[in-house]
Design a protein around this ligand. Structure first.
Ligand SMILES: Nc1ncnc2c1ncn2[C@@H]1O[C@H](COP(=O)(O)OP(=O)(O)OP(=O)(O)O)[C@@H](O)[C@H]1O
Length: 519
């Protein structure tokens, strides 16, 4: 019965539907068992074919086995069924169509059949990302040897794929992007392996194929979509690379290609030397990455602590260290108090923090964070920034975000994508100096500022920075890169000009507190 249920689960994608289907199978099983008890089809009156078809449904065999057992033990004179006699019919079984031994063989055989079918259907039906294996995947020797049998397809089995259009000119129009591309291409041509690189992206392209889905009365068509148009990038170790870009730029697609969720159309990427296009490479990659997906993948019934135990065990952490690691991880993302609460009661921000903790657990060498601070309040977001900043040591991090402030504070390098292409790349100062249109305020604090005591060290104390931050709290980009600098730089977008003017008016009135202020 387990094998049959397992096979049925391949056809169901939603947990709500599984309850309905499970209950329906139970009812059908009950009815066929009643029919079996009344003699169908294990008597001489029925054909072998009918019996064979009936026996493929495990509850029927179970009912027949219980009936044989009941017949063999109904009176004190009945001999019962001994293990040594399971291949023989009971003396009072006149028809002797099937024995307990036959039933055992049938149950084991149908279990193997249903489980094999379950695995096969699970592979050929598209998963939640629309990816599936070819119909005859198991006939490919590479699938069994693990070498090159990892080919996957997209779309439904019956959908017809459109031809993939060729990509036009992919020549970058930005000098920094061109320089990055040239460096990566040259290294690729020369086969140079830089030990300081965590990720090398070699001309990554992704086309979501257009399809014609033929329904009963309608025929829907969609054209192929080029989501990634040839990315060439290097991500060094011990650095945080931030991918920025508007909605639909291709950030999540790039991440899904790196993590193996979506198959790549052209190009390749090496993560610590392992190719994302090889099944062996991908299984090695998956052991060394931690991912915080754009949408939280959590189980409502499990608590935060249980999630972390589960993922730490999956990542192969020694059982003895699990408790310490989980507690440290919960403390880092400030979920210690809510550790035992089921995740369905968590707020959106708490769920994101748990997802970040899951991504960081087990010391992964590459961490991929897809919009990790979405839905967090400003204080929690700053706290999570600290967690990410601390996590940078000893690993590479790829982070996507829509927040310029987040990118500015956390990143070592930023890449801005649009329409599947990399449009600019560099550190935040380089990008600001090339593309910034706002104002930059350099503010030096006096030791006699009302918030600080007049000693040399206190000049750099964050207390007086707080005053400026409060003033600009509704600006996007005013947090100093290094809070301990005595000359912090505040970047004020051009549309906040009125705020800046007001600020400088205040500065003039408080000349004794701020030694210098200019923009
Ligand atoms: N399975 C899919 N089939 C067809 N097109 C898709 C599929 N997934 C994404 N796309 C398209 O690819 C483009 C890039 O999507 P992607 O999710 O990578 O963007 P993004 O930069 O992550 O956007 P966001 O910031 O909104 O998360 C979008 O135009 C999207 O419509």
């Amino acid at each position: 019965m387990i094998g049959f249920a397992f096979m049925f689960s391949s056809f169901i994608s939603k947990s709500t539907s599984s309850t309905t289907v499970g209950f329906s199978v139970y009812i059908v099983g009950f009815l066929t068992q009643v029919v079996t008890i009344f003699g169908f089809p294990y008597t001489d009156n029925f054909s072998n074919t009918q019996r064979i078809i009936w026996s493929f449904f495990p509850p029927n065999l179970l009912a027949k086995a219980l009936q044989l057992l009941a017949d063999a033990t109904s009176t004190p004179q009945d001999p019962g069924i001994r293990w040594s006699h399971i291949g023989k019919c009971a003396p009072n079984d006149i028809d002797c169509i099937i024995t307990v031994s036959d039933i055992y063989i049938w149950l084991v055989s149908t279990y193997i059949l249903w489980v094999s079918l379950a695995i096969y259907f699970d592979n050929i039906f598209p998963n939640s990302s629309g990816v599936r294996k070819p119909i005859f995947y198991c006939l490919n020797p590479g699938y069994w040897s693990g070498k090159g049998g990892n080919k996957v397809e997209e779309g439904r089995i019956c959908s017809c794929m459109w031809s993939v259009p060729t990509l036009g000119n992919t020549y970058p129009d930005d000098e920094d992007v061109l320089q990055e591309e040239n460096i990566v291409k040259q290294q690729h041509r020369e086969g140079f392996v830089d030990p300081n690189l965590a990720v090398e992206i070699h001309g990554l392209e992704k086309v979501y194929p257009g399809r014609t889905n033929i329904g009963c009365c309608n025929c829907k068509r969609s054209a192929p979509y080029h989501a990634l148009k040839g990315l060439w990038m290097n991500f060094p170790k011990d650095q945080l690379f931030c991918l920025l870009g508007p909605n639909g730029a291709g950030k999540t697609t790039a991440i899904n290609c790196l993590t193996g969720i979506t198959p790549v159309t052209e190009g390749d990427a090496l993560i610590y030397g392992h190719s994302i296009r090889s099944s062996v490479g991908m299984s090695n990659i998956q052991k060394m990455i931690g991912v915080c997906p754009q949408f939280d993948i959590l189980w409502d019934a499990l608590s935060g602590q249980e999630h972390l135990y589960l993922f730490a065990s999956i990542k192969g952490l020694p059982p003895a260290s699990l408790k310490t690691v989980v507690q440290k991880s919960l403390a880092e993302v400030r979920l210690t108090e809510a550790a035992r609460v089921t995740s369905c009661s968590y707020s959106g921000g708490m769920k994101r923090r748990l997802s970040v903790a899951i991504a960081l657990i087990g010391e992964p060498k590459l961490v991929i964070l897809d919009e990790p601070t979405t839905g967090m309040d400003p204080i929690t977001r700053r706290h999570v920034w600290d967690v990410i900043e601390n996590a940078k040591k000893g690993r590479a991090i790829i982070l996507t975000t829509h927040s310029m402030e987040e990118a500015d504070i956390l990143s070592d390098r930023i890449g801005i994508m649009a329409k599947g292409r990399l449009r600019c790349i560099g550190n935040s100062i380089r990008l600001k100096s090339r593309f910034g249109t706002g104002y930059i305020a350099h503010i030096r604090f006096s030791a006699t500022s009302a918030n600080v005591t007049p000693s040399r060290e206190d000049v750099t104390a964050p207390a007086c920075h707080e005053e400026v931050k409060l003033f600009f709290k509704d600006c996007l980009d005013v947090v100093p890169k290094d809070e301990n600098k005595s000359f912090p730089t505040f970047v004020i977008p051009h549309y906040k000009e009125d705020r800046l003017t007001k600020f400088f008016e205040e500065l003039e009135n408080r000349e004794e507190e701020f030694v210098e202020g200019h923009h």
